[in-house]
Write a protein that binds this ligand. Structure first.
Ligand code: PDD
Length: 281
């Protein structure tokens, strides 16, 4: 696989980043995941805008213009022959001479940028979308700026492991009794024809897929309500689902061991998945 590191296209085995990189030492970095379908990028613009926002919030410089970033995405897709899959992009504050809590001077320490592709044939036709997924609920003990897409992913990763150990696929996180989001996705419930999802704030990542799905839902005359919901309300809901760049729309059929409805995907989530895949490619 060819990867991109600081301006160069290299075989993955030759790509190197310093041990002093603040991404490695302090999780001082941000990332984006953009999906690829039919060899084309899905919603690159949305991801580029959110990336800039994450960088701004952390007072980090971008090492690359938006136009050049698009070119690198396209070139990696081409070089690696990606038809269906993902592109991972990470920018960190770079590698100063020593480990120090103080941010390094951007004049002397350049950010590190890395991109690589992941081939995922069958991403759009994922059989998991027919079956639906099982989630458990766990306490949300992440930091308070989840709107910034940082590489601090230890707790989400632990949450995913807790889910696996419990025989489930993912975990929904709960703060003050209300669902925030999934470990790497936004969370929704459906009651009748109404789609309910938590409103944007610092408590959740402002999903690019979320924005697109809510827009398509409204265009399809579905009702959308952005508000908090509890895990009990979710267990009583008609349907539930998640969205993310890597899963698009995925029905949830079980929460904490209790089946939603008949325990199979309902009407709304599969329809939204279809609309999303149709409209965004
Ligand atoms: N995760 N919430 C969290 C905590 C996320 O990590 C993600 C994305 C989302 C959905 O955002 P989007 O629709 O822009 O992908 C919500 C990516 C896919 C990941 O970490 O792999």
């Amino acid at each position: 696989r060819t990867v991109y590191v600081n301006g160069e296209y290299l075989p993955e085995t030759e790509a190197k980043v310093s041990i002093f990189d603040r991404g490695f030492l302090m999780a001082d970095g941000v990332y984006e995941v953009t999906s690829v379908l039919d060899g084309k990028l899905i919603d690159f613009d949305g991801h580029a805008v959110r990336l800039q926002r994450s960088l701004d919030e952390l007072e980090m410089q971008s090492p690359i213009s938006k136009e050049d970033l698009l070119e690198v995405h396209r070139e990696l897709v081409r070089l690696n022959g990606v038809e269906e899959g993902m592109i991972y992009l990470q920018i960190t504050r770079g590698a100063p001479d020593d480990r120090d809590f103080v941010f390094p001077d951007p004049e002397t320490t350049a950010p590190t940028i890395v991109l690589f592709t992941q081939n995922k044939p069958g991403l759009a036709d994922n059989p998991a979308a027919k079956k639906g997924m099982k989630v458990i609920s766990i306490e949300d003990i992440r930091w308070g700026r989840r709107d910034i897409k940082t590489v601090q992913l230890l707790y989400p990763s632990m949450g995913k492991m807790m889910a696996k150990k419990a025989g489930a696929d993912d975990a929904w996180m709960i703060q003050d009794g209300f669902v925030t989001e999934g470990t790497s996705n936004n969370a929704y419930i459906v009651k009748g024809n109404k789609i309910i999802t938590r409103a944007k704030s610092n408590d959740i990542l402002h999903g690019i897929t979320r924005a697109a799905v809510l827009r398509f839902a409204e265009e399809a005359q579905m009702e959308v309500e952005e508000r908090n919901f509890t895990i009990d309300e979710a267990r009583e809901a008609d349907e539930a689902f998640i969205t993310s760049a890597s899963t698009f729309v995925m029905p949830v059929v079980e929460i904490d061991g209790a089946k939603l409805g008949d325990g199979v995907p309902g009407r709304v989530a599969p329809r939204l998945r279809e609309i999303y895949l149709d409209e965004s490619r």
